[in-house]
Design a protein around this ligand. Structure first.
Ligand SMILES: [Fe+2]
Length: 511
């Protein structure tokens, strides 16, 4: 009897220590993977650099639907990992879509680091990152927005990967939510996944997975820390606190969709997680980078210039709390440059089309708050404020002033209180997708020469690419780099434009 019992226990033990069988992990983006990168097909990423901390990120994709995967991470001072500064193990699971995010601390300021991951017997590619400097001689930020997989190749990300930068500031529209053909060039074979507008948790996860399997975006993330903020398309077009233009009642609860979009953004983006998305990153005495959330705190977008709520003081882009936080950051900043990571255009702009003049989705649709910010900057006064802006798929340079421009001298810049540099899109459509270059050039000249936009110094509504913001003791310079094409893979840059302001003067200059 005893003998039998022993056998039974032994067989039970044997049965229970057998590796559990799991179903294969089936993903609709699997055909886009580079098998040589298994199981770290999505590469590596880093973000939100502080003086002694940086986020590192990866995603592990097991062949089977494992309930958990252990991932070892390492960060080193050299790319051969002879001098490992820190290492650890974390566990990921399907609850966070097998993504891995570590906020590595105890690092030195202004240092370059290398990092990698190990799991399931394999190693990831090596990523490069950098902590913020306390006393930088200069700072170089890549500034980007609006990448739409279907509109073309991510050549701009590929070229950006090769730049020597402190960080990349991503101002949003990192993904787009549309169904195939909803907003894109369907001739290029870059149809969005899944094959529908994204609404559910799995939809958003698949869309991020597709974008993050793009080799150019993988290269950009692997080479630079990113500082991301969402715009509207990470949720749905023209989103605000309680709704979105592209969310209909038959698509379910907006609140639920917003929460899903937020969850997946935090899973896939190398961002430090917090209840409040707006935040400040400091780069010593050179720059404070103030990242604003201009979507999910805002009240609804006005229908027209005749909307009776337009001048209502309850109309808000930032919400009371964020507005107070922002204006306080401007007032207390000791840094030379106050850089505002801004999604939609802050400066007044008349687009000059017969059927479209003022964009009520931008700060012009929130005029009371727009003025309150101007008043804070002018009354303190706060020097050297640089708005960097995404959203419009167009490059811009403004000397920011208030209407009716009666205090502004467009020759000397006197009366302007800040500058605004807008980056064009990585590849989302602008005027060039609808009209020839010559037609668009005529319009660019018309609106920059127009007396209704005396403070608009330059624009390019034709091209795609990225901007580099270079900050030194003496000046803040925007350099726009425009790609030759987005219709085939190519890292060729066809044109470069520089515009800058000298410290203490709001007067834009160019060469
Ligand atoms: Fe966009």
């Amino acid at each position: 009897m005893k003998y039998l019992l022993t056998i039974t226990l032994a067989s039970l033990l044997y049965c229970c220590t057998q590796p559990e069988k799991h179903a294969p992990l089936v993903e609709d983006t699997a055909h886009l993977r580079d098998s040589s990168m298994a199981p770290f097909y999505h590469g590596v990423a880093s973000g939100d650099p502080l003086y002694s901390q940086v986020i590192i990120w990866t995603r592990v994709t097991p062949e089977d639907s494992l309930p958990e995967v252990d991932v070892v991470w390492e960060i080193a001072a050299d790319d051969s990992f002879q001098e490992i500064i820190k290492t650890g193990t974390v566990t990921t699971d399907p609850g966070r879509d097998y993504t891995v995010k570590i906020d590595v601390d105890g690092l030195s300021e202004g240092q370059k680091y290398f990092y990698r991951f190990h799991a399931l017997g394999k190693s990831s590619m090596i990523g490069r990152t950098k902590t913020a400097s306390i006393k930088p001689q200069n700072l170089m930020f890549g500034v980007v927005s609006c990448s739409n997989y279907e509109w073309g190749y991510f050549n701009s990300y590929g070229a950006l990967a090769q730049e020597n930068l402190d960080a990349v500031i991503h101002l949003g529209d990192y993904i787009y939510e549309y169904a195939p053909g909803g907003y894109g060039d369907t001739t290029l074979g870059r149809s969005p996944i899944p094959n529908k507008e994204i609404i559910t948790l799995q939809d958003y996860r698949s869309r991020y997975s597709q974008y993050r399997l793009d080799k150019d975006l993988i290269a950009a993330h692997a080479n630079h820390p990113f500082i991301n903020i969402w715009d509207d398309h990470e949720i749905a077009n023209n989103s605000y606190k309680d709704g979105a233009q592209n969310h209909q009642p038959d698509e379910g609860s907006y609140e639920e969709r917003k929460n899903i979009a937020r969850q997946v953004f935090y899973e896939w983006i190398p961002i430090r997680e917090s209840d409040q998305h707006y935040r400040k990153l400091q780069f010593g005495d050179m720059a404070d980078l103030i990242m604003l959330d201009e979507r999910l705190e805002r009240t609804f977008i006005a229908d027209s210039l005749g909307d009776p709520t337009l001048m209502d003081s309850s109309r808000t882009m930032l919400g009371k709390e964020q507005l107070l936080w922002f204006t306080t950051q401007l007032k207390v900043s000791q840094a030379k440059w106050k850089v505002v990571g801004n999604q939609v255009i802050y400066s007044y702009l008349n687009w000059g089309h017969e059927d479209f003049t003022i964009n009520l989705d931008s700060w012009d649709g929130y005029p009371i708050e727009q003025q309150q910010i101007a008043d804070v900057i002018k009354s303190k006064p706060v020097e050297n404020v640089v708005f960097i802006t995404g959203d419009t798929h167009t490059a811009w340079a403004f000397e920011s002033t208030n209407k009716p421009f009666d205090e502004y001298n467009q020759e000397t810049g006197e009366g302007a209180f800040a500058v605004e540099f807008g980056t064009t899109s990585i590849n989302s459509a602008n005027s060039n997708e609808s009209y020839s270059d010559s037609v668009v050039l005529v319009h660019e000249n018309r609106i920059t020469d127009s007396p209704v936009n005396p403070h608009l110094k330059w624009t390019n509504m034709r091209d795609h690419g990225y901007m580099i913001l270079t900050l030194t003791e003496d000046r803040a310079m925007a350099t726009w780099k425009f790609m030759k094409t987005i219709e085939e893979p190519s890292l060729e840059i066809k044109e470069v434009k520089n515009i800058w302001m000298n410290s203490g003067e709001v007067k834009l200059q160019s060469n």
